[in-house]
Design a protein. Structure first.
Length: 131
């Protein structure tokens, strides 16, 4: 195998580039791969989980549609693309995300607001006592 060649899988066209037909655009592949990695890490860490899951679902849906147009309906079904889309959109629809950075920041914000309101009420009552 020479440099720059990829291992081909039997039954799959080696270059299903329907969108960028006629030109080899590695930037699009790099951007898509970077987005996949970023969304996956955001979901794993739990930071902006709803947005990351929604964008991940849309990206997977785009891949599924491109695969369907380029290779036929069997390709996205074989690679469970639609299952990934469903899972990502289901996660985006969840109410809360326990054990996530989002949840931690939410509770910190509530605690800070509660502390600020109790401090403000204590200051106001102290000022009214002195008058």
């Amino acid at each position: 195998m020479s440099s720059g060649e990829f291992l081909t899988v039997p039954g799959i066209h080696p270059h299903p580039q329907l969108v960028f037909a006629g030109r080899n655009d590695p930037a699009a592949g790099g951007i898509a791969t970077g987005a996949e990695i970023l969304f996956g890490l955001l979901i794993l860490v739990g930071w902006h989980t709803r947005v990351a899951a929604l964008l991940s679902g849309l990206l997977l849906l785009t891949f599924g549609v491109a695969m369907t147009l380029a290779l036929g309906i069997k390709a996205p079904l074989n690679f469970a693309v639609l299952t990934g889309v469903g899972g990502a959109l289901l996660l985006a629809n969840c109410e809360g995300f326990p054990f996530s950075v989002d949840e931690l920041l939410f509770y910190r914000t509530i605690k800070r607001r509660t502390d600020e309101s109790s401090t403000t009420s204590t200051i106001q009552s102290t000022e009214s006592d002195h008058k």
